[in-house]
Design a protein around this ligand. Sequence first.
Ligand code: TD3
Ligand code: ZN
Length: 310
Amino acid sequence: MPLVTTTEMFKKSMKEGFAVGAFNVNNMEIIQAIVDAAHDANSPVILQASSSAIKYARINYLMKMVEAALEEYPSIPVAMHLDHGPDFETCRMCIDAGFTSVMIDGSKYDFEENVAITKQVVDYAHSKGVVVEAELGKLAGIEDDVNVSAADAMYTDPSQAEEFVRRTGCDSLAIAIGTSHGAYKFKGEAKLRFDILKEIKGRIPDTPIVLHGASTVIPELVEMCNQYGGNIPGAKGVPDEMLHEASISGVSKINVDTDLRLAMTAGIRKVFHDDPSAFDPRKYLTPARELIKETVKHKMIDVFGSSNKA
Ligand code: TD3
Ligand code: ZN
């Protein structure tokens, strides 16, 4: 089937209590690993690219590879999404290039400015049949192009969320309940504000909720990186149990990038460690691709509950 928007998958996710994984892509191996996993799990899937990923891979290459994936797996619903769209122009470029979903991240602005820029993107996107994710509240940590210090981290205000969705007409809303981007999410115990999620869900029950910064920072992958020459001490993410809880508590989209990066790096490091004479990219990218696929499958089947929901 052609690329789909997230509308139907989110409707199903809210009705049946599961979350759809949104995985960041920037090269062929990552795209293949994710759609192979979606096929094996019979799961809907969202492929997403940030503006820096688009700069890296080039938009036409990304779209052509995604097109190839659709041809390979015609029965899997796939949405193509812009992650953290920084401005109207970038959103428009992606909409015009065939993305079926865009995020406008106005969380760096004050409330009124966020409403205004989001509304501008919604008007254009909807005129082209494309859906829009917006963000209210601030995540701590480092986003690809955005740098928000932990002190600025701000949970989403539920009453503001209601007004924001009503005034912008956005199709889904990313919220801040304690997650953050990258490999260092928590110093001590992992803690998410499920009480805030519940309150938001109570006020906007029909709006799909999105969780950013939701990688588990899978300990086995971190250990594997470190065992084979890496140095990533003290990394910590959101435990699987909490992501599962979120999946059955009204979160419809869960974003994962860091775990894919770790899987790729761990796979490549192991080959170089085991065989320092290796220099055929296929030799070190094949196990890396396999490790990404297993990581994505695990999330779909064991954590998000999206398997057999295609
Ligand atoms: O938007 N993203 C992906 C880009 C952030 C850079 O890692 C996410 O929300 C995923 O966050 P995580 O937990 O994978 O870093
Ligand atoms: Zn994000």
